[in-house]
Design a protein around this ligand. Sequence first.
Ligand code: AMP
Length: 218
Amino acid sequence: MKIILFGPPGVGKGTQAKLLVEEFHCAHISTGDLLREAVKNKTALGLKAKSFMDAGNLVPDEVVIGLIEEVLKSDAARENFILDGFPRTLPQASALDGLFAKLNIKLDYVVSMDVDNNEIIRRLSERLLCRGCGRIYIASQLLAGERTCKQCGGEIYQRDDDKPESIKRRLDVYQQQTKPLIDYYQKSGRLAAVNGMHEIGYVHKLILDVLYKGTTHI
Ligand code: AMP
């Protein structure tokens, strides 16, 4: 199973990817996670990407395309994978098609999730993350002052780009640069659309309907 999870920031791509990894034991390739890791470790890639990410802008295409090429060539991604957060621009989508052709990879689906903007803003402003394992928490569901991850003991924090100024910028960037990809994938017949407004478990079921039964419009 080789899929792309597509949608605006905050739609639940990361959450759904984690559920799919449990189901299919496949690799979860999130460019956002890879870039945050690089920033944390202050690598050359991280130093290049940080200012773009903090401002809610996209990291330049050549940087993320190079990163994805490296990952797709590695053994981890040979069998099955979920791409989360890539591609985000037309040049990235066309570079990815080139890479798939070169590496003889056949993409099964682009699962596109959508929710309205008010819901995105609500979800992102409530979202907290564990610095250690990446587990997602909802601020209102934590006790006052609770900042330690139940899974790994890591620190729970808010991403800089989940603060209001950056959220607005990320939504604009999505509208202008990323949303046009829906057309790109629709034209090639690979798009399956899922309503991301439902609760997490139901969205997961809808995605499984796509992957197991080939239902492409839900
Ligand atoms: P995410 O965790 O997917 O929301 O990504 C966080 C940030 O990483 C984005 O706001 C971008 O700055 C950067 N990023 C992640 N994936 C990409 C991509 N495919 N192209 C450009 N920038 C990206």
